[in-house]
Design a protein around this ligand. Structure first.
Ligand code: GLN
Length: 517
């Protein structure tokens, strides 16, 4: 959540260029590559480790599947929710560069502590990683934008390269950490993720000379520091406290969610659900304040934006089965033996497939949409997001085939997982890149930064939904869940497509205007 916009001309690059881009881009590319190497390397091992029996040759925590998926959901949700305080810290107090520096140090510490084989080390490591990703992830993206002057058309290309960096890390992390964990034990894998993060931190410290003037400490804490009319979360919050109706609704929603948490959840999760309920009620309160504050056209666009966040939650809620349900599925139900090599593929390696397809298919999918648009077809962001949800959901049909094969033969073939991840990636490439630019097109101008933060929160919620769906699969059965996901995403995506015309009308040509500009 950045109140200093990436468009802020004060964040111009410092002049040094390399291969047509500011030299700082390559520094940020490498830092994010290593950060994602550690994040996805560790994430690939997480559920496998939690569910591994205590008496295994490579022992884990021996948790049942429900607890494993629940923890996976909380952890992956919190890393993204932590972007909100991380963004506020950077924007209001220390600037993005220092926030990334601190986030990186926390990540080095967190990942290395995970290398210690003790329960206290595990939970401390996890907490440090949540704080570290919160400091680093959103702020480093803001810094990428800050490398380019306002109106510099190389910015999109810069972000594209940066996204490739993310996925090179996402590809190598599970492969190498997965191999270490498979060969020598979980904590060696966690440790390797930590070494990756140390490399990223060294690059960031060494590369400071290429980042002069980017992501610096905010000059003043007054309103002048914002872009013209840019609103802060603090102002929005104090306005909420003054508005009787909205405040009452927020409090009522909080009370209901706390009541529900204490009635239906159990154990330590009860408090976590209650806190999540209060947090979400507050977000709803703040959204009502934004709605109240903007003009009629902006109101309409804002409604569409909030609906698109629903698509984001559904998308990630299904997609993020990857590190949970599908990860354990690879481990326990899949025949991972390559007979002619006499080699068993480590389960964690399947976590690299998504990034591999992103790198190899990214340009073709982007080119497809340009071709599609030039033929006069529908190309709005909402359309692409809905199509993305449906294609991603179709990927679960391969998981359904795998489940049937498992029931019949006692194991299923690896190809089903590969095909499922292929469809998931095509869906991601349709839905995810357009979401961020859509926010910049339809959010009320002075609330763009806040809505970016809410977007991250929405992806975080999607991760929690994914964990809950995983938990539900333990009771409902995996085949039933896979079929349920296909049907739900198809119906949901279809519904969005049916509503496309009225939804587009509500955007009042925001996307067309951007294209002409
Ligand atoms: N895979 C991308 C990344 O790690 C997107 C993740 C997300 O938006 N939840 O940055």
């Amino acid at each position: 959540m950045s109140s200093i916009s990436i468009n802020d001309p004060r964040h111009a690059a410092n002049g040094k260029e390399f291969m047509g881009h500011p030299a700082g881009l390559y520094i940020l590319f490498l830092v994010e590559l290593w950060e994602r190497f550690s994040y996805y390397g560790m994430r690939a091992l997480l559920t496998l480790f939690l569910a591994a029996p205590l008496l295994d040759i490579n022992p884990g925590f021996g948790w049942d599947k429900s607890s494993t998926y629940a923890f996976y959901g909380w952890y992956t949700m919190l890393v993204y929710l932590a972007s909100i305080p991380g963004g506020i810290l950077a924007d209001k107090f220390i600037g993005q560069k220092k926030a990334v520096m601190i986030g990186g140090l926390l990540l080095c510490a967190g990942h290395l502590i995970l290398a210690v084989n003790a329960p206290w080390a595990f939970f401390l490591g996890i907490a440090l990683i949540v704080l570290g990703v919160g400091g680093l992830k959103a702020n480093i993206s803001t810094m990428v934008g800050g490398l380019y002057k306002q109106g510099d058309d190389r910015r999109d290309k810069g972000f594209y390269l940066f996204y490739i960096g993310i996925n090179v890390g996402g590809f190598l992390g599970p492969l190498l950490a997965g191999w270490m964990a498979y060969k020598y034990g979980w904590h060696w894998g966690f440790g390797l993720a930590g070494i990756g993060m140390i490399l990223g931190q060294i690059v960031f410290m060494w590369g400071q000379k290429f980042l002069v003037g980017v992501g610096d400490v905010p000059i003043k804490s007054s309103k002048e520091n914002h872009q013209e009319g840019d609103a802060s979360l603090g102002e929005l919050f104090s306005n909420l406290l003054k508005s009787k109706v909205q405040l009452m609704i927020t409090l009522a929603l909080s009370l209901v969610s706390v009541f529900m948490a204490y009635s239906y959840a159990s154990g330590i999760e009860t408090h976590a659900f209650a806190a999540l309920g209060i947090f979400l009620s507050l977000v709803i309160g703040l959204m009502m304040m934004i709605y109240r504050d903007v003009d009629a056209i902006e109101k309409d666009r804002f409604v569409v934006l909030l609906l698109s966040f629903l698509i984001v939650i559904v998308f990630w809620g299904a997609f993020e089965q990857a590190g949970g349900l599908m990860n354990l599925y690879a481990k326990t139900n899949t025949n991972r033996m390559i007979d002619w090599l006499n080699f068993e593929v480590p389960a964690a390696w399947f976590q690299s497939i998504n990034s591999f397809f992103i790198i190899t298919l990214g340009t073709s999918i982007a080119a497809f949409w340009v071709w599609w648009k030039n033929r006069g077809n529908e190309y709005s962001s909402i359309y692409k997001m809905a199509i993305g949800v449906i294609i991603m959901g179709l990927g679960f049909s391969f998981m359904a085939i795998a489940s049937v094969e498992f029931t019949n033969n006692g194991s299923s073939a690896m190809i089903w997982l590969v095909l499922a991840y292929l469809f998931h990636t095509i869906g991601e490439l349709c839905a995810s890149p357009v979401a961020l630019s859509f926010i910049t097109k339809v959010a009320p101008i002075k609330y763009v930064s806040i809505m970016m933060g809410v977007y991250f929160a929405a992806t975080g919620l999607g991760n929690k939904v994914a964990g809950l769906v995983g938990e539900f699969s333990v009771k409902a059965g995996e085949l039933e869940i896979f079929i349920g996901l296909i049907v739900f995403t198809a119906v949901f995506g279809g519904l969005v497509l049916l509503l496309l015309k009225p939804l587009k009308r509500l955007t009042h040509g925001a996307e067309d205007a951007q294209l002409e500009a």
